[in-house]
Design a binder for this molecule. Structure first.
Ligand code: HQG
Length: 181
């Protein structure tokens, strides 16, 4: 089993469907790491171990996961769809511009509706164009959108920065999006 497969499995359980293995997560997204190991399904016939999880968490390119200081709990930092997880993020003034990577086939709809969270709780934004580009490739031909974050903030939109530097906002109306990058 590759690190990517395990990371995807952990994302699925910790962001979206803890109930799939009857794992209890609190509103900040934390669940007991030993319970996770015990209840998790084998991936390609291999059972998760503490060492594997620790390696994945350490190597995660996007720092998706966090293990508590006492080593007992684990959570996904952001990206949740599960409504029982309502993380409290730090509200912050964003940089002047943020980026969002999407696929060209979504552009017509985004031009009409703006950016919406779809299945997740927030629209995900980044300070890094390269990250936005690679995020966009997940769904097709990538397109980077530039978000006028300062203008939004001035108009009262609340921005949050997750511990892994992903920026979160509830929605982005079209007027704050530049499509011509
Ligand atoms: C698009 C990954 C049509 C939106 C990334 C995106 C991120 C619309 C897709 C994190 C739309 C939702 C989240 C509208 C938004 N009409 N399409 N009005 N508004 N969309 O996966 O931002 O690797 O839920 O552009 O790095 O792609 O999983 O969101 O294409 O940080 O850790 O609807 O997931 O991180 O897709 O990705 P997603 P996302 P991980």
């Amino acid at each position: 089993m590759s690190e990517k497969e395990i990371s995807q499995y952990l994302s699925f359980i910790l962001r979206h469907k803890p109930e799939e293995i009857n794992l209890e997560l609190n509103s900040e997204g934390w669940g007991n790491i030993y319970e996770l190991i015990e209840k998790s399904q084998p991936i390609n016939n291999t059972k998760l171990t503490l060492e594997t999880i620790q390696t994945i968490v350490k190597n995660s390119d996007k720092k998706r996961f966090q293990i508590s200081d006492d080593g007992l709990n684990i959570r996904a930092i952001q990206g949740h769809s599960n409504v029982n997880i309502q993380r409290k993020f730090t509200e912050k003034t964003p940089p002047e511009f943020l980026y969002h990577g999407t696929a060209t086939r979504f552009l017509d709809s985004i031009k009409k509706q703006g950016l919406v969270p779809k299945d997740r709780q927030y629209v995900h934004l980044t300070e890094c164009k390269d990250t936005a580009f690679s995020v966009g490739t997940r769904y097709g031909k990538p397109q980077i959108l530039i978000i006028n974050a300062w203008q939004m903030h001035d108009k009262g939109f609340q921005f949050y920065e997750a511990e892994n530097n992903v920026w979160l906002v509830k929605n982005v109306p079209t007027e704050f999006i530049s499509f011509s990058f």
